[in-house]
Design a protein around this ligand. Structure first.
Ligand code: OOG
Ligand code: NI
Length: 414
């Protein structure tokens, strides 16, 4: 990790930091056009963030400047093959985003046939500049609990025949990796191609194939049933998620029934980890190809709007306490959280400065997947699981997969 320096944008060129900020903005514009309710969500977040800032002053910015929080987004994407994931790593790598963490959603309830990581900046100064992160899931086609040998073979053939990212985009990504800058024109081309790669495709969906996969898992259908990928959701950050939940409901937007993650903490107690909620997936028009070759207009419900609130990162000890007992058992002050080694803080001029949680929670992620599934799917627990772990994932991506705890610990000490 280059310690706390933002990569300078070269004169006349664009560096990874600026590319990331512009990429996040371009995706936000795209998603706002595609899913108008997202614009309402962003509007309400900005309204609440301005109010919290006015009420709490500097305290509202203890977990990130208002500039950072206003621009902050996480996206979610899903891909089908190790090669596709390696390409994603190149595209995000050009934006200074590296894979952090290994999540196995196959073990969730209900199980989802994917493993995941999050691409994000890892350096504190880079995070402060623009913390754009993308939760990225990979379908596990050879997991027999979900797919029989025949379906696996068909999935491999279908996924092997598609191209998610054009060569021109990958070449530009590689140029950024070796030069640490792109000429302005090249940067614009990169943004155009990268954004287009995550847009919803007008290409007709083969109905029979899609429905066959959907009976196994809606996520499998969303990944392997269509010839392209898309952003599944794009999530702004809010400083008071309980208030956000109330206001969205007041505006008539149907939210899922709860806020995921830690319960609301007593007033004045430091927020921990990550709280999230979402509105239900909306029916979006999609073209379908029927068995007789005709193309008809239909609908799919896969994309939705999510919002998050972030707190201080927990140490392994704090995380074990949270996983076992929730946040009821947590002390109510920074000093006690720090003294008990439950959360990460930097000591600055005799004061404790919280280190914000930059990652995801598998239980919430599973809840988010589940709240938007059109069917429970069918998994056969008696069948053989495919072996997947962090080192397998790292080999596939060809870049280092960071352990989140190592990053927090080095931030605390550095
Ligand atoms: C990813 C779900 C996980 C989160 O915020 O925990 C996620 C997906 O639906 O593809 O985005
Ligand atoms: Ni999400």
């Amino acid at each position: 990790m280059s310690a706390h320096t933002v990569e300078e944008a070269p004169p006349g060129g664009v560096g990874p930091t600026e590319l990331r900020a512009r990429f996040a903005r371009a995706l936000s514009e795209l998603y706002g056009r595609e899913v108008p309710a997202y614009r309402t969500l962003v509007e309400v977040c900005e309204e609440i963030n301005a109010e919290v800032l006015a009420e709490r002053g500097a305290d509202a910015e203890r977990l990130g400047s208002i500039g950072r929080v206003t621009a902050e987004r996480h996206g979610a994407i899903r891909v089908g093959t190790p090669d596709e994931l390696a390409q994603v790593a190149r595209v995000f790598g050009a934006c200074g985003m590296e894979p952090v963490g290994f999540y196995d959603l196959r073990e969730a309830t209900p199980p989802v046939p994917v493993i995941s990581t999050a691409f994000r900046p890892v350096d504190r100064a880079e995070l402060a500049e623009n913390p754009f992160r993308v939760f990225t899931s990979l379908l596990v086609v050879d997991d027999r609990r979900f797919f029989d040998a025949e379906t696996e073979a068909e999935l491999r053939e279908f996924l092997g025949a598609r191209t998610l990212f054009p060569d021109e985009l990958l070449d530009l990504a590689d140029a950024m990796a070796s030069e640490h800058e792109l000429h302005l024109d090249d940067a614009e081309r990169f943004l155009e191609l990268a954004t287009a790669a995550f847009a919803l495709s007008p290409e007709p969906v083969d109905r029979a194939w899609y429905e066959r996969l959907e009976a196994i898992s809606s996520v499998a259908a969303d990944i392997g049933g269509v010839a392209s990928t898309h952003i599944n959701h794009l999530t702004p950050r809010v400083l008071d998620i309980d208030e956000l939940y109330r206001r969205m409901s007041e505006r008539g937007i149907e939210m899922i029934d709860r806020i995921q993650g830690p319960a609301r903490r007593p007033d004045g107690a430091p927020d921990v980890l990550l709280r999230q909620t979402s509105f239900r997936a909306l029916a979006e028009p999609r073209a379908f190809r029927e068995a007789d070759g005709s193309v008809v207009e239909g609908h799919l419900r896969v994309r939705f709007g999510e919002v998050e609130a972030r707190g201080v990162a927990l140490t392994p000890k704090g995380r074990a306490l949270y996983d076992g007992q929730g946040t009821e058992a947590f002390p109510l002050t920074d000093e006690e959280l720090h003294a008990a080694d439950l959360a990460y803080y930097r000591e600055q001029d005799g004061r404790l400065s919280p280190i914000v949680y930059e990652d995801f929670l598998p239980r919430s992620a599973a809840g988010i997947f589940a709240s938007n599934l059109t069917s429970e799917g069918s998994a056969d627990a008696t069948q053989r699981a495919a072996v997947r772990d962090a080192s397998w994932l790292q080999d596939v991506m060809g870049v280092r997969l960071h352990d989140p705890y190592d990053l927090y610990a080095s931030e605390r000490n550095g």
